[in-house]
Design a protein around this ligand. Structure first.
Ligand SMILES: Nc1ncnc2c1ncn2[C@@H]1O[C@H](COP(=O)(O)OP(=O)(O)OP(=O)(O)O)[C@@H](O)[C@H]1O
Ligand SMILES: [Mg+2]
Length: 149
């Protein structure tokens, strides 16, 4: 797999719609099997980013946070798996729940709170870092990762 993007230079967004639109355009270039780790504190915009990704992947319908359900699948066949590891006890629990199989399904896997399961993330994982900016609706985004990173 080729690196999609590796960019330490920050992008800045000033409204949720801007973050979503950027994520939508970015997701169009993602190959099946891509793993996107979304780092950032509560309310940083991780779910908002996945909503944009879904839009870019042509997935209709609402994309909601899987905080309590752990996992949401979108598309038929499944093209996007949205996971929230916040409530997981650790990588062992994710393994028990079938993390390897999700990876093998050829969908794009987006993971919130990836720190909880970092040993399981493949080397081609793209890491997105979202931070709050100075303005209420400002968010700062950085990307690292991809093949060979
Ligand atoms: N520029 C922006 N980008 C993204 N979200 C923004 C922006 N400005 C304001 N917001 C708001 O910040 C909130 C981000 O919430 P979101 O659920 O995406 O966060 P999260 O990182 O997934 O949090 P959690 O860890 O609780 O799942 C939303 O209410 C969104 O409308
Ligand atoms: Mg979220």
């Amino acid at each position: 797999m080729q690196p999609v993007e590796s960019n330490p230079i920050p992008y800045r967004f000033y409204a949720a719609a801007e973050t979503r639109a950027w994520a939508a355009a970015w997701a169009v270039g993602l190959p099946p099997g891509a793993v996107v780790a979304l780092h950032g504190e509560l309310g940083a915009g991780k779910t908002c980013f996945v909503q944009g990704m879904a839009e870019g992947l042509g997935i209709a319908g609402p994309v909601t946070s899987p905080t309590f359900t752990l996992l949401h699948e979108y598309g038929e066949p499944v093209r996007l798996i949205h996971m929230d590891a916040y409530r997981l006890s650790g990588p062992e629990e994710a393994e028990d729940l079938g993390f390897e199989e999700w990876l093998e399904r050829g969908a794009i896997l987006a993971v919130e709170w990836p720190e909880r399961i970092s040993p399981l993330l493949p080397s081609h994982t793209l890491h997105i870092y979202l931070e709050l900016g100075e303005d209420v609706e400002e968010r700062v985004l950085r990307i690292t990762g991809g093949a060979g990173a």
